[in-house]
Write a protein that binds this ligand. Structure first.
Ligand SMILES: [Zn+2]
Length: 173
């Protein structure tokens, strides 16, 4: 059993740009990790958080579309099947503070994942939930909203990305 040291990660932490690894055994350490991830999500006023955002390169995310801990659900080794055509909406990311942009996502999304008891389940999402599934799944593939912005929005985000980069390489690191 490993205890995962969790902390909120921000661009350009390398773990955010990597494909995360499947979780092989769901044990106490994974349950503790999930609880910690819910906490980080709520503390940062997010509606979702993926493993890499907690500094852990494992295929797990939590989603709570109203941002509450009670409604936070855990998805382990998720597979997603988006559908229903594309729609564009404003999106931000806890790991990219200060960056917002219109991102195209599918209107609907079906997730098949494993829960903390090791049972597989399937859930269908629409609207914000479908968007959250696609956003969090992207994190497991090492993809962030900065990679999905339009060319013009990418240009606008450049200064903020540089700022985040400069902050991470500041004194003491
Ligand atoms: Zn994000």
């Amino acid at each position: 059993m490993t205890d995962y040291e969790c902390k909120m990660t921000r661009f350009p932490e390398p773990v955010l740009g990597k494909k995360a690894r499947p979780i092989e055994v769901i044990d106490e350490s994974i349950r503790a990790l999930a609880e910690r991830m819910k906490e980080i999500m709520v503390d940062n006023k997010g509606v979702g958080l993926a493993g890499p955002q907690a500094g852990v390169d494992l295929r797990i995310f939590v989603v709570s579309t109203d941002g509450t801990r009670e409604n936070a659900k855990v998805y382990i080794n998720p597979k997603i099947e988006p559908g229903g055509g594309l729609t564009e909406n404003e999106e931000g990311c806890l790991s990219l503070p200060g960056i917002w942009g219109k991102i195209k996502r599918y209107k609907k999304c079906t997730v098949t994942a494993t829960d903390l008891d090791g049972n597989e389940f399937t859930e269908e999402g629409e609207g914000l939930l479908a968007r959250a599934f696609q956003h969090e799944y992207d994190h497991l593939e090492g993809i962030m909203i900065k990679d999905r912005l339009s060319a013009a929005a990418k240009l606008r985000a450049r200064r903020q990305l540089r700022k985040l980069q400069a902050e991470s390489s500041g004194p003491g690191e």
